[in-house]
Design a protein around this ligand. Sequence first.
Ligand code: G6P
Length: 608
Amino acid sequence: MCGIIGAVAQRNVEAILVAGLKRLEYRGYDSAGLALIDAQEEIVRARVEGKVDLLAAQLKQHPLHGHTGIAHTRWATHGAPSEKNAHPHMSGSDFALVHNGIIENYSELREELIKLGYVFNSQTDTEVIVHLLAEQYKGSKDLLTAVKQTIERLHGAFALAILYRPEPQHIIAVRKGSPLVIGLGIEENFLASDQLALLPVTQEFIYLEEGDIADLHADKVLIYDAHGKSVERKIQHSDLQHQSVERGAYRHFMLKEIFEQPIAISNTLEGRIINSQVPDEIFGVHASKTFEKIKQVQIVACGTSYHAGLVARYWLESMARIPCRVEVASEIRYRNPVVQAGTLFVTLSQSGETADTLAALREAKKTGYAATLAICNVPQSSLVRESDLVLLTRAGPEIGVASTKAFTTQLVALLLLTIVLGRRHGLTNEKVLLSELQQLPRLLEETLTLAKPIEKLAEQFVLKNNSLFLGRGAQYPIALEGALKLKEISYIHAEAYPAGELKHGPLALIDEDMPVIAIAPNDDLLEKLKSNLQEVRARGGKLFVFADAIVAIEKHPDIQIITVPSVSAVIASIVYTIPMQLLAYYVAYLKGTDIDKPRNLAKSVTVE
Ligand code: G6P
């Protein structure tokens, strides 16, 4: 999704902005641009459709200089990806602006501004903001006042960074619904959509609150809250090293992140098991009191995080005996659900900034849930800040758009939640579950040795257009996740079905061109699954079965078996995720797609 970066310094900031854009690339985008105020006090601008590298090449040919500048990667919402629609947008020669988010009332504002004589050069909603700002400025002749008046008229969620030509000494930034962080340097200050973009220049950050306006100078940052009151916001030090967001020896971030899962899971578990118990307090100081009143759980998330929620439903109901519902955020936020007393509202999110999940949380806080809990990977995110209880997944920065280590660490966090809630409802095997969890990093290391055979297997998928993933019980969501991974990065159509449902439709699709991937750990439903696989085989389907060594699967030329380490039924969901990720990765690799930044997708979807 769109990324913003800005800098005010004593040096030329062109290279800093371009490097920042590179680091924001992972969010997903289709065009890029930047604007600086140069030594002649003119706004100079460069924009391209396509990659940041293209912008960098253009700037190499025609360098721009300036101490104050803003830059942007755009993920098209209003108007196709094109140079004209790329940010920064300008009003006359005085105002330049970059924007993340959506302005819902842009068409009425656009008409109003056209009547006032403003000429639009793009199809974006963003351009209305910059013209509106120019219009407001005519009245107040004060930039900050004009910005305040402008945002009062905007409906929607947005983050903005603004340049004003006659005042080259500063940038104004606004955070309303979309994330923005200030980075503090020495005699230079920065802003960006996330801290990862700024790690090479600073480790000191201010996370703006909802409605904040920041006035950034090289030597000071002034912040005003939603009511216009001057406020001090806490400076937070980040321990993240900028190398932690580098690819190292791996071909893609996704592969690096798949291989980081054993360590990511160790980090998620660290300090969370004390004397063979999970202390309630890992969810927050008041967690015990809250958990006492919990009678059911509502999980809400999007994309891969939603699949983690689906796995947790099996765990919470079968082991903790707590009713659990799971829903995608974009649906529940508009559905006006019936909320039963004692329901814990749990959001799952890698980024903590997904617009639908955040909106669902805000809605939930008005509708009688007992408490809200965020299971999230980004400590400073809006989701974390706005929830009563929090469990951080500690997966480390995830750059590949297709989520991997965030998912498996969410599953670990959800198993910890199942344990703390379950022991109040008769769960007795806490110690067994914990010892299995502690073995996970080692088991995942072992499972990762499947990379080579799976790379070979992937060759059989490259020319396919469709695929079907099957699982039963808590492996069904893993089939869904396997299918999602494959479609996201290889663009092969992939569907997932609970295997028992095959006969009610998808069997009609089976032929030799439709690979069928089955997840077959040694669990209670194994024999049922095997019968379902027979149904596929009998219709000439080609089967790829990921199975435990002790699972006796019939030998047949149309059945390929990939042996996965023996694990218990509970942690099988986590372990069997790994081969699904590897399969998607190697198929996409062989197809030559842009694995870390697949077409049309964004890492952090901060618009509705
Ligand atoms: C986007 C990403 C997915 C991710 C989903 C939810 O669609 O491409 O990988 O699963 O957002 O993101 P979240 O940060 O809330 O987990």
